[in-house]
Design a protein around this ligand. Structure first.
Ligand code: FAD
Length: 381
């Protein structure tokens, strides 16, 4: 099976040539099976030999030496879209797991009454461990969606804000947030899909329920449009040091404004203080890593840096959501609204108590400039 596209005429008007581009076949993928993905081979000389030799002719589009800049312009929006796609899969998996947990009877409560053989079974949502899995999914999916929407707003502001300073500010924030917007939802909403399967128990592993498909579909997201490792190098190697650290500084100032608003409340001041220290720690570890004097050492554990940084950004996004929820709760006009805002506050609390503390050991490892991975001799694997 092969295709041979006829190329457009060249800039000088010469007719297009038949080039040797072969469709070698379809890739058989783990997920996204409704979307075909093909393998193209260029210039093997099997069917056509342009200018008498094996090869394919490429035509430059746009200005010389501007290709990488153009590619990154396109890639940045593509990366935010990947993050949003991951968030949507995480969210839908959560909603399926929630529905299942509300309907599946299994086990009895751990109370004295529950020990009786005659006691009725409860719905699995009543078990603390199932609630843990649901809360984690909610925290990942709604956090990721919040970050994706914030970045989408920045994309609009970067283009359309009336004031030039606001456009520059949005552009700078987008620079530093894009690797997080791409990688955090891809990692943690995949983890959410994993938990959605777990909530379904054995059924989650079968095709009777959709959660196994969500997991398979989401597994692509840490890979395409720049793998996790590449986003990590982009963040630590370029974004936090660009323009003498201006993007990092702006992000910290923006998040600290949220901390200041939280400090003025009774309920969210503690979380705000926790975020304030996490931001300070990220700043310190960034300096330590760049003081190594050897880029290979600085970047050796970049993916750990990306993950710790991502959790701090998401802690900020959750605090923003909680501040809105806290204010709105006081004016809620229905039970449904009250439940919605209380759910947001509880998910924020989950994030601060269960998730943000994960960065402690990660930052300690980074600060030690550990070289275990670099030092492992290749032949010893
Ligand atoms: C379903 C699907 C659809 C796709 N669609 C498209 C498409 O439409 N258009 C398109 O252009 N591409 C497409 N891709 C390709 C996709 O963008 C790449 O697979 C992806 O960018 C990873 O590149 P790679 O496969 O060459 O892996 P590699 O670059 O070989 O990476 C392999 C591993 O090595 C790590 N690694 C590589 N280099 C470094 C480094 N310098 N430092 C540290 N770690 C490193 C990576 O993080 C990864 O873990 C698609 C891929 C898939 C699976």
């Amino acid at each position: 099976m092969f295709i041979v596209p006829k190329f457009l005429p060249g800039a000088d008007g010469t007719p297009g040539e038949r080039n040797d581009v072969t469709l070698a076949g379809l890739n058989h993928k783990m997920g996204y099976r409704g979307v075909t993905n093909c393998l193209l081979n260029f210039g093997e000389g099997t069917h056509f030999r342009p200018q008498g030799e094996a090869g394919a002719i490429g035509y430059r589009v746009g200005e010389l030496h501007r290709g990488l800049a153009c590619m990154f312009h396109m890639m940045n929006e593509a990366r935010i879209s990947v993050g949003l796609g991951a968030a949507m899969l995480g969210y839908t998996g959560y909603l399926h797991a929630l529905d299942y947990a509300r309907n599946r009877p299994q086990g009895r409560p751990l109370t004295a009454a529950g020990k009786s053989a005659d006691a009725a079974q409860v719905k699995i949502i009543e078990h603390a461990d199932v609630r843990r899995m649901l809360l984690a999914q909610k925290a990942y999916a709604e956090g990721a969606l919040g970050l994706s929407l914030y970045c989408a707003r920045l994309v609009d502001e970067e283009r359309n804000a009336a004031d030039a300073r606001a456009r520059e500010r949005a552009a700078l924030l987008l620079e530093i947030l894009t690797p997080i917007a791409k990688s955090w939802p891809s990692q943690w909403c995949l983890a959410a899909n994993d938990l959605a399967i777990q909530v379904h128990g054995g059924y989650g592993y079968t095709r009777d329920y959709k959660v196994e498909q969500f997991y398979r579909d989401n597994r692509l997201n840490p890979i395409h449009e720049g793998t996790h490792g590449i986003q990590a190098q982009d963040l630590l190697g370029r974004k936090v040091v660009m323009k003498d650290g201006a993007a990092l500084q702006l992000l910290a100032e923006t998040a600290l404004a949220t901390v200041a608003r939280a400090a003025a409340t009774d309920t969210l001041a503690t979380s705000g203080a926790q975020l304030g220290s996490a931001l300070e720690e990220i700043g310190k570890v960034t300096q330590t890593l760049w003081s190594a004097g050897d880029p290979q050492r600085t970047l050796a554990n970049a993916s750990v840096y990306l993950e710790a940084f991502g959790h701090v950004v998401l802690a900020w996004i959750w605090l923003e959501q909680a501040l809105v929820a806290q204010a709105a709760l006081e004016h809620a006009t229905s039970e449904e609204e009250t439940h919605f805002y209380r759910g947001k506050l509880q998910a924020c609390q989950y994030f601060y108590r269960w998730e943000l503390p994960r960065i402690g050991p990660q930052l300690a490892l980074l600060a030690s400039l550990d070289t275990t991975t670099l030092d492992m001799p290749e032949r010893c694997f």
